[in-house]
Design a protein around this ligand. Structure first.
Ligand SMILES: [Zn+2]
Length: 81
């Protein structure tokens, strides 16, 4: 069974600047809902790094990393720690 990967933005589930990566504290762009019911947040970097494992344990992977393509190259994720 493969997890559903959503790229469409549902207003109620859109990630905000208040959502932080569980690994490094940068702004989160990936939200993973686990089969256990838990939730994990990752920045684009760690979302990619862990994507292989996440697909095995996730029900849904909400991926907003596409928004980064439209953002300036300068990382805004590291200046609000
Ligand atoms: Zn991270």
């Amino acid at each position: 069974m493969r997890p559903q990967v959503t790229t469409a933005l549902a207003p109620s589930s859109t990630l905000s600047a208040a959502d932080r990566c569980d690994r490094c504290g940068a702004q989160a762009y990936v939200r993973v809902t686990l089969t256990s019911g838990g939730e994990l947040l990752f920045c684009a970097h760690h979302g990619r790094e862990h994507s292989e494992k996440l697909r095995n344990i996730a029900i849904t992977i909400h991926d907003e990393t596409g928004r980064l393509d439209a953002a300036p190259a300068v990382s805004a994720a590291e200046d609000e720690q």
